[in-house]
Ligand binder design. Structure first.
Ligand SMILES: *[C@@H]1O[C@H](CO)[C@@H](O)[C@H](O)[C@H]1NC(C)=O
Ligand SMILES: *[C@@H]1O[C@H](CO)[C@@H](O)[C@H](O)[C@H]1NC(C)=O
Ligand SMILES: *[C@@H]1O[C@H](CO)[C@@H](O)[C@H](O)[C@H]1NC(C)=O
Length: 469
């Protein structure tokens, strides 16, 4: 960008050349230099265009609209006298509320802004012009007209069925606190499964892995915790393997759970839980690489670092290999993806249900070292970007027809009514030069920038399914 500007400024000297006579020799020389630079740049751009092949060109034109910056303005109202008792307890009587306080305050005037009501719901059963549009934070209905219950979720594309499956926590129960210091929670109901061909029309396939009603010693007893379920397909065994965070009500068990099924919609058979590599494991994800090798990533050591390690060939367990990454950075909610030969990960800060700033990390090798880049969020406004659009990431879904383009999936948690938590899906692209300094890069950007663009309403561009030819 800066280069272009400089060249534009040189243009007057070119017209000066035409005028003749009045120009001094240095100006003429600089004009010539400018021309040469412009010609050189033009040839470079042309070279790049052919070099990047049709995919890059297609993606650029098709995705340009989604890369436009959409601003968002809202103001935090001045403190009022009346507050809910819970809000008073949380923040004390007289304190200027922050945007996050306001977000967490169920009696806030901004409530309908953060959690739009049922009238603005989107989904295949609704009439109107929002069909096929992703509308972050608005209620999203399935094909039966019920709000989708798939929180902390992830998506599996099943090649045989050419269908997407969305797995997530079914939180359609009462929100309560198990004890005074306990976080807001909902009993374990199970892992929902939804299917779709177009990523917008979701059919409820039922509870793929149910919670346990009666057996109190069972990991999935409803008094426990089941979070962030993710499913992988194993090409060798033909099985679907679900990994999830399994915990007790106080988050002291800190384990991963594993379940397996022969069909993407389940029923999944719960196998066991364990502390991977003998370490605490809370927020986690799994990632299947191009070569069929899969990895588990989890927050450990009191959420102060992440651990990463390969799964066994059948994906039913971890191996003994593990690396500590992002040590001392206190990150959770990892979502891993790959572009060309680089691995990327988006994580959140650890602030419970409250939203915070997402960061991007990148690595040449999945086992590390991982380097931390800045926040990927673009648009909205500063508060939006500092709170990841008031949400927490859970998964990044590649769009197969548009290499370098993804859907960033996040949860806008509603801790006063967890079942009413919303989905924030936004376009994510990889490209261009990183705009924030990285660690140890001596001023040279090593990684392309990862950007998540805020949109109140957006849809997938044509050709997202299949590659351009
Ligand atoms: C959708 O329809 C509503 C009501 O008919 C209208 O107010 C709104 O402007 C429309 N939105 C778009 C983007 O066309
Ligand atoms: C209850 O769950 C535990 C742990 O999964 C299991 O060992 C036990 O057999 C179960 N009890 C019954 C009655 O199913
Ligand atoms: C959780 O912590 C509370 C308060 O410290 C305690 O009363 C309760 O017994 C604990 N529950 C479990 C299952 O550890």
């Amino acid at each position: 960008m800066r280069m272009k500007m400089r060249n534009r400024q040189r243009k007057p000297s070119a017209s000066c050349w035409n005028g003749g006579g009045r120009c001094s020799l240095p100006v003429i020389i600089w004009g010539l230099v400018g021309c040469i630079i412009v010609i050189h740049l033009c040839s470079l751009v042309r070279y790049k265009d052919t070099g990047a092949a049709h995919v890059g060109f297609g993606r650029r034109t098709v995705f340009r609209e989604l890369e436009e910056v959409e601003e968002e303005s809202f103001q935090i109202p001045p403190p009022r006298g009346k507050r809910s008792p819970r809000a008073v307890k949380r923040r004390g009587p007289r304190k200027q509320p922050t945007a996050v306080d306001e977000f967490l305050d169920e009696s806030s005037d901004l409530r309908p802004f953060f959690f739009p009501d049922r009238r603005s719901a989107i989904g295949p059963t609704k009439e109107g012009n929002d069909s096929m549009y992703f509308c972050p934070a608005r209620i999203w209905l399935d094909t039966e007209g019920n709000p989708i219950q798939a929180h902390g979720g992830g998506i599996l594309f099943d090649e045989k069925r050419e269908t997407y499956y969305w797995y997530g926590e079914n939180k359609d129960g009462e929100t309560y606190h198990a004890h005074k210091q306990g976080a807001a929670r909902v009993d374990v109901i199970g892992v929902s499964c939804y299917s779709s061909k177009d990523l917008w029309t979701w059919k409820y396939e039922g509870i793929a892995l149910p919670g346990e009603e009666t057996n109190v010693t069972h990991d999935l007893h409803r008094s426990n915790v089941l979070e962030r379920p993710k499913v992988l397909y194993n090409d060798r065994t033909g099985q679907y393997i679900m990994w999830m965070h399994v915990d007790d009500v106080n988050y002291t068990k800190a384990s991963v759970g594993v379940a397996v099924a022969n069909s993407p919609t389940g029923p999944f058979e719960y196998l066991y839980s364990k502390r991977p590599h003998g370490f605490e494991s809370r927020d986690m994800t799994v990632f299947k690489d191009d070569d069929g090798k899969a990895y588990l990533v989890y927050s450990s050591e009191d959420n102060s670092e992440l651990h990463i390690g390969p799964l066994t060939d059948d994906y039913l367990d971890v191996t003994r290999f593990m690396r500590r990454i992002l040590v001392g950075q206190h990150r959770e909610a990892p979502a891993l993806f790959k572009h060309e030969s680089t691995y990327y990960m988006i994580t959140s800060d650890c602030t419970g249900w409250a939203p915070n700033r997402a960061l991007v990390h990148a690595a040449e090798s999945i086992m590390g070292p991982w380097e931390t880049m800045g926040t990927p969020c673009v648009g909205g406004n500063k508060i939006f970007r500092m709170t990841t659009f008031f949400s927490q990431g859970t998964f990044v879904l590649p769009l197969p027809g548009l290499p370098g383009s993804y859907i960033f999936m996040a949860d806008r948690w509603n801790p006063s009514e967890l079942r009413d938590s919303r989905y924030v899906w936004l376009p994510l692209t990889i490209g261009g030069v990183a705009d924030e300094p990285l660690e140890y890069n001596f001023g040279f950007p090593l990684w392309s920038r990862v950007s998540i663009y805020w949109h109140r309403r957006w849809r997938l561009p044509e050709g997202w399914r299949t590659a351009y030819t």
